[in-house]
Write a protein that binds this ligand. Structure first.
Ligand SMILES: *Cc1c(COP(=O)(O)O)cnc(C)c1O
Length: 254
């Protein structure tokens, strides 16, 4: 009989084939593209099963959900990505629970993440120094962040307007505990993925325009592409795809 874990493995093989083909078509190497398995709504047990097949990057869209799964997954070498909107009152917890916040959409949120990460660093230093010894401040690893750009005109969708991005980039350059690595975007859903190509192009062009200011190596990461459209995203230069359904199967709840 086919077990749920066999299904996961089959799905993963399929996704890797799709990545391979899209990369080949566009003259890119498949290993330039990181697969982030979007595990929202899926149990810690399923995450662990996928981890055992070799997947290391996982994405969640709610701080609380990540927190509730954390105890069962402690000790695994997972790179955790926050891919959903972060409410400012949850910024400190997000800074502690994630290795990357891919959905930074305001200077206010970035400021809170930066401060939380700094306190985290001081806390670690205190622990290492031990009781009674003088407290030495060691810089912790900065939190990787991406700026989420609004690609969907729908007012309820989050993300920065392109014209605000240079100002935000400038502000983040003064936040020592954040490492701005690139841009992320979620285009409006379209049954025909070909129709979302211009949105991916827009994100890439925005990154390239920022490089004119920041240098040719700046903002290496483009997080774009989901289960139904990641091939198009790869053709347009995506370096990280966020894939839920195509790996884990349909979600029961949203
Ligand atoms: C849920 C989600 C995904 C994954 O969506 P699928 O269509 O299941 O691949 C990717 N990105 C974000 C921001 C999401 O919220």
């Amino acid at each position: 009989m086919r077990s749920p874990n066999d299904a996961l493995k089959e799905n993963l093989v399929n996704v890797h084939e799709r990545i391979f083909k899209a990369a080949s078509r566009s003259g890119r190497r498949p290993d330039e593209i990181t697969l982030i398995a979007v595990s929202k709504t899926h149990s810690a047990r399923r995450i662990q099963a996928l981890y055992e097949t070799g997947v290391r990057h996982f994405g969640e869209n709610r701080v609380q959900e990540r927190e509730s799964k954390a105890p069962s997954l402690a000790g695994l070498e997972i790179v955790w990505h926050m891919i959903g909107h972060v409410q400012k009152n949850k910024a400190a917890r997000a800074a502690a629970l994630f290795d990357s916040v891919d959905s930074v959409d305001s200077i206010a949120l970035a400021t809170k993440l930066d401060r939380a990460r700094e306190e985290f660093a001081v806390g670690e230093a205190e622990m290492m120094a031990g009781a009674g010894s003088s407290i030495r401040r060691v810089p912790s690893r900065p939190l990787r962040v991406l700026l989420e750009i609004k690609l969907d005109p729908e007012p309820a969708k989050s993300g920065l307007q392109s014209e605000d991005v240079p100002r935000v980039v400038q502000a983040l350059s003064k936040m020592p505990h954040l490492e701005l690595s690139g841009l992320m975007g979620v285009p409006p859903y379209d049954d025909n993925p070909e129709n979302v190509r211009p949105h991916f192009q827009r994100l890439r062009n925005l990154r390239d325009a920022l490089r004119a200011e920041l240098g040719p190596q700046a903002l290496p990461v483009l997080s774009m592409g989901m289960s139904h459209d990641f091939e198009i995203a790869i053709e347009e230069g995506s370096t990280e795809i966020r894939v839920g359904t195509a790996v884990f199967g349909q979600r029961e709840i949203e």
